[in-house]
Design a protein. Sequence first.
Length: 244
Amino acid sequence: MKAYATPFLRNVGIVGHGDTGKTQLVSSLLFTAGMTPRLGKVAEGNTVTDWDEEEIARKISIQTGIAYAEWAPRGQGEKTKINFLDTPGYGTFINETRTTLIAADAALVVVDAVAGVQVVTEKVWDYCTEYELPRAIVVNWMDRELADFGRALASVQQAFGRGVVPLQLPIGAEKSFKGAIDLITMKALLYTQDGDGRAKVEEIPAELAAAAKEAHEKLVEMVAEGDDKLMEEFFEEGTLRSKT
């Protein structure tokens, strides 16, 4: 068995309300990282982290499932092992989620693009705060009917404050959803249905350029507020230079 040095080992809790797609997200991450030969689906009962017969029958997570992927960030030769801790999202099993987060280094908080912030979303956020975990929010199910990124973002900001700013903007919604705009690199990431999970990098569509520019500026401003040197650079140059 391969041994990993501590700097190249991370435990990430996948948390959120029930039916927000946590298990499906983990399945997609494993597939994109090349850890599984095909994309597992909750509806088909063949995901890695929902393996118990009761979980497959109910199509919900009852206990924390664990899976891992190896990933090397750009410019890094050594791969990092990321342990995904796929936690339950229903109130009946929420204590399992809380105890799991003790072992986490960070968390992905999954939010439904249709429903926005829900009861368990706020509970797991409080757990992350209690354990002082850095966290990111994933607005999921953008391809579903009535999905609305703006409404979901507003509910997140209302619940967790103005410090929540997008790193990406969706391209399309519902049946027309096809990718996202990366607000750091300012490029469009386009995906094909039933593809290999790898994005095709293109220029931002003209009709979304203004919205992307505004969102990028808000992101830069928020980053600058947390660092005196970056704040100084922001006021001098009006933006921050990309370090990628």
